[in-house]
Design a protein around this ligand. Structure first.
Ligand SMILES: Cc1cc2nc3c(=O)[nH]c(=O)nc-3n(C[C@H](O)[C@H](O)[C@H](O)COP(=O)(O)OP(=O)(O)OC[C@H]3O[C@@H](n4cnc5c(N)ncnc54)[C@H](O)[C@@H]3O)c2cc1C
Ligand code: FES
Length: 283
């Protein structure tokens, strides 16, 4: 057997996906579906929170999707995928036992060990909970390393809430503060109503100099939420976001994701707000 055939496929060419089987799948909402994958070569994967994979449906195409399970070395991989077009619609047709292609992990991600001793503030809007969940789970699995942990999550309506089982678990923990809000409640909703920035008034003022914030959600949410974080005194280089650009190769080759001299697929998608400000003219 040649050396090439003994190596995992990704080592042969970064463009060649590894085959992965869907081992769990469930509908979260009408638009979002949860998947857990395991690689058919049995070799697992190691990644940082904030990294993503290029997911391919054979014969259709590829799409970049964030990894939403906790970071580290694992046998499996979780994702939450919204049906938005050709690839993601085709993914929604797949179920347990079906095979997809996975290339990655891609992008920079963030090593949370660098934040040891800091307080953590997670602010997730809508589907932004998917990438944010990887950071949250990593923090909660290493709870002793961090100070206060606060999680704020907002969605449009109660029907749009993702990861109901995680939300219940976070609510029940006494070592983190978890608040959720919806823009519009329904007859059964008894929780907070209003945009996510309203939750900032309900939490204790953070130790601004020692807090790292992760703000991940649609651009309009980011714009207003970052103002709240700055008003609390958080430092621009301690506020992190995930920039989503149209991507193809994920390898810094095709230029689809380029902003000035930065390839978001390689230098990002996780940037500090200070870095985003420097890129601002190109966004
Ligand atoms: C780093 C990163 C992480 C991501 N993580 C997630 C995740 O965790 N979950 C998730 O659901 N999604 C995630 N996305 C978004 C996801 O990649 C896109 O929704 C997906 O690529 C859509 O692919 P598609 O083939 O299904 O849709 P497409 O067929 O490509 O169409 C998607 C939509 O974009 C429009 N469109 C198509 N081409 C263009 C173009 N050139 N310019 C502008 N608009 C166009 C289409 O009209 C359609 O409305 C992530 C994206 C990035 C970059
Ligand atoms: S997606 Fe090709 S360079 Fe970033």
């Amino acid at each position: 057997m040649s050396q090439a055939t003994q190596q995992p496929a990704e080592a042969v060419s970064p463009y060649l996906p590894r085959a992965a089987k869907i081992v769990e799948a469930k509908d979260f909402t009408e638009q979002e579906k949860y998947f857990r994958f395991e690689f058919e070569d049995g070799q697992g994967i190691e990644y940082l929170p904030g990294q993503f994979m290029e997911v391919s449906v054979f014969g259709i195409g590829e799409a970049p999707i964030s990894i939403c399970s906790s970071g580290g070395k694992r046998d499996d991989l979780e994702m939450c995928i919204r049906s938005a077009g050709d690839v993601t619609n085709a993914l929604h047709e797949l179920n347990v036992g079906d095979t997809v292609g996975l290339r990655g992990p891609m992008g920079n991600g963030l090593d949370m060990d660098a934040m040891e001793g800091m307080d953590l503030l997670f602010v997730a809007g809508g589907l932004g909970l998917a990438p944010c969940r990887s950071f949250i789970l990593t923090a909660l699995e290493n709870r002793e390393k961090f100070g206060r942990v606060t999680i704020l999550y907002g969605s449009r309506t109660p029907k749009d809430l993702l990861y109901a089982y995680d939300l219940d678990a976070w609510r029940d923990r006494d070592d983190c503060e978890f608040l959720v809000t919806v823009d519009r409640g329904d007859d059964d909703w008894t929780g907070n109503t209003g945009v996510i920035t309203t939750l900032f008034r309900k939490i204790d003022r953070p130790d601004a100099a020692n807090t790292a914030a992760f703000i991940i959600g649609p651009p309009v949410m980011f714009k207003f939420t970052v103002l709240e974080a700055l008003a609390m005194g958080l430092r621009k280089n301690n506020i992190y976001c995930s920039l989503e650009r149209r991507m193809k190769c994920g390898l810094g080759k095709c230029g689809h994701c380029q902003i000035r001299n930065v390839y978001v697929c390689q230098d990002g998608p996780i940037f500090s707000y200070a870095e985003v400000m420097r890129l601002r003219e190109g966004i």
